[in-house]
Design a protein around this ligand. Sequence first.
Ligand code: SF4
Length: 275
Amino acid sequence: MLYSIREQTSRTILSRTSGFLLAAGFTHSLTPARNCTFGCSYCYVPTMRVQGGLRPEDWRHWGHHTTFKSNAGELLRRELRPEQVIYCSPLTDPYQPAEGERRLMPEVLAEVGANPPGMFVMQTRGPLILRDLELLQAIPRLRISFSVTTDDEAVRQRFEPHCAPLAERLRVMRTLRAAGLRVHATLAPLLPCDPGRLAAMVLEATGEDLIGDPLHVRSEKPRGATTREAGLRLLERYPDFDSAAALATIEQAAIGAGRRFGTGPAAFGWLTTPA
Ligand code: SF4
């Protein structure tokens, strides 16, 4: 996708959490940019509109541009505290394609490594994270939550054409793990897939508990962020996909491997525990 990169200074970089993230045990979130150049068809963020800190140009042109918080490093130097439990990032992928050119995350991670919080959780699906491996290794209490949505490459290309294929994501998770980092596969949102096959692959790659979330639809989630229209239209092509049955299959696979599988804030809360 063609996208443009913008810059803006911010007054703050860490936000107090509420709702889902607070219930999961996070005290703060860190969002390095506004809008996300992965531009996934189902992304919940643009449906949050002003509640997500967005401007109309963001939710109308999701993925077409991104605005980096250019003073992120300086702000972190002032705002980081040892008791914070930080989620990075609820509103954009820190390793979105535009990060390859802008390179804001090395500054962010250097500050986090110099003044480490109680726990720092990186949520991403971007193979670009490997660029910053040494900086990640310098953060003492870190978990990586790596998004994987399907084992079906045709489904992946339909719903998230600008994201990496499954094989590459598995390779990235294995590399992070081999480097001594704890990386969880986050099956969220769970797209049409062969759930048993998907679970086996990510369990082998990470060796950790699995976290998931079904693709929300407005009828099941009357308030708050939900799936974009573009994602819902694509989902209509898979009327036989039963996400409840898929989640049950994944849970059985996790139990069989001696691991847990969960959804919602309770499962995301597993990421906040240092052990
Ligand atoms: S990577 Fe995440 S934040 Fe970015 S568009 Fe996709 S779902 Fe949204």
